[in-house]
Design a binder for this molecule. Structure first.
Ligand code: SAH
Length: 217
């Protein structure tokens, strides 16, 4: 659909391609879902910069090309069931919903979860379930997951998330300090987990039982 941001959105998709995003399904999903509809009004004019955008409550919507990298590395399929930790504004959730069968998303800040739910309902996206709670313990009810995306950085990979990965499943999670982390790819084969670094990154803290225990260090 044509809208006043179409040119900016196309330019962003060009930038994402220059930054190594080749998966056409991912690029198409970023074209279909409009980031400006998810971010607060005051920052809407920044919605199509390839940068994080503040979404309130001290949180930020992640950089689009990094979100796209997650989706490309995880090699998502239409049959997949995925867990997202950190719904935030719900933009990434909506993009994921175009690429996989079911999205289960956990957010600890109730107001953000409520807003994301409303937005997804407005867009008639019906293959997403959102839970308000601590995503470091995962969402055992719908496990195992083919892919897990963690959108906040913790000191280590939470054990429950590893347990909730399906056989052959993959997880991306920023691990490290409070200000910078390494984006880690964790893969499960049977009960063996392999782990490798994908890139350096900067995410808001993952707060919870298997994350950081408080806002400040
Ligand atoms: N994908 C989101 C990213 C938001 S930032 C977006 O693009 O909007 C990361 C989010 O993770 C924040 O909303 C924060 O509240 C949430 N978060 C941090 N720790 C969490 C936890 N343990 N469980 C669930 N959500 C968490």
């Amino acid at each position: 659909m044509t809208d006043r941001y179409e040119g900016q959105r196309r330019a962003l998709i060009g930038t994402m391609q220059q930054r190594g995003i080749r998966d056409l399904n991912v690029l198409r999903a970023f074209d279909l879902i409009h980031r400006h509809e998810f971010v607060p009004e005051a920052v809407r004019h920044h919605a199509y910069q390839d940068a994080p955008v503040p979404i309130g409550f001290g949180q930020t919507a992640s950089q689009p090309s990094l979100q796209a990298l997650y989706m490309q590395v995880l090699d998502l399929r239409k049959t997949h069931k995925v867990l997202e930790v950190g719904t935030g504004c719900g933009f990434q959730t909506a993009v994921l919903a175009q690429l996989v069968d079911r999205v289960y998303s956990v957010e600890r800040i109730r107001e953000l979860a409520t807003r994301a739910r409303e937005k997804l309902d407005d867009l008639r996206i019906s293959n997403v379930a959102i839970l308000v709670g601590d995503g470091t313990i995962g969402w055992s009810r719908y496990a195992p997951y083919d892919a897990i995306l963690v959108a906040a950085g913790g000191p280590e990979v939470p054990a429950p998330l590893k347990e909730q990965l399906a056989e052959g499943g993959r997880m991306l999670i920023p691990v490290g300090g409070r200000t910078t982390q390494q984006l880690m790819l964790v893969e499960r084969q049977g009960n063996t987990f392999t782990q490798r670094e994908v890139t350096e990154c900067t995410f808001v803290p993952l707060l919870g039982r298997f994350g950081w225990t408080s806002e400040a260090s």
